[in-house]
Design a protein around this ligand. Sequence first.
Ligand code: FO1
Length: 325
Amino acid sequence: MNGRILALAGGVGGARLAHGLAHRLPAERLAVVVNTGDDFEHLGLAISPDIDTVVYTLAGLADRARGWGRAEETWHFMQTLRELGGDDWFNLGDRDLALHVLRGECLRRGQTLEAVTVLLAARMGVSVAVAPMSSHPVRTRIATAAGELAFQDYFVRLRCEPSVQAIRYEGAQAAQPSALLADCMADSALAAVIVCPSNPWLSIGPMLAMPCLDAWLKQAVRPPVVAVSPIIAGAAVKGPAARIMADLGLAVSVLGVADFYGNRVDGWVIDAADAALAPALRSRGQAVFITDALMRDEADRARLAAEVLDFAGSIAARRAFDPRP
Ligand code: FO1
């Protein structure tokens, strides 16, 4: 398979597969577009958690145990903030802090979020193209019994404890795609789209809420779209995806995620633990590849990335033989 690969990513699972793809592909063949629904302003800082998780992971700077933030972090800023009575529910390491300060400064000078992301990723030594889904603000809002919450209030301050009633993506309807996303959608040589094993509702949902991407994914003629299930054996690999699915009354399995993505996806990569669900996916006309979908280490990331690329290639080859209408 030649041509560029577009990976849609957000959070730890997405960052890990993006890292595996970056190992498998020449830099010019990979574009990683990242969720910004989690972004917020805090203590006057511009914080883009998913962009940073992806960029730190691609740069080899991410903290493996936490999943977010930088390795070899120190916490003098937080300690002093606490001593001074500041708002300390959101943890910002000293090294990480420099990134938020610099990003805020660039944004205040009029640069777009995409331009700042490209600049800072390059300065961290990332060679693949990484960009936000949009430079326009999109903010995920969580409706709970306790009222509607800003995303990080729900996720970090309240530790995902309130039961989720609904999710909306403020600003998504009007958000224009970033130049990288627009360029991928217009690229007639785009080989495939990989929906990384990120939280479907929190990381991929904000992107699908952008009408331009949603309409493009629903077109009859477009490159193959392969999704990697973030749910294995009824549990999320990391984070609250399974709890959110249960709160929303959905089946806590890859089938619930497949219902959400619908016909935007042509093929599913699922774990061997979920092999029994393959016939249900195939009966919806979706191809299935069964493997070990857990990424424990860098070797797993590279192995899964190679399998995902081969699987996307096999869908493309089948189409060339038997074209879609
Ligand atoms: N997640 C937490 O659970 N607690 C934190 O204090 C926290 C701080 C933080 C700082 C910078 C950053 O880039 C991410 C951070 N995250 C933290 C993770 C982040 O809030 C979530 O993982 C994502 O928004 C969900 O994908």
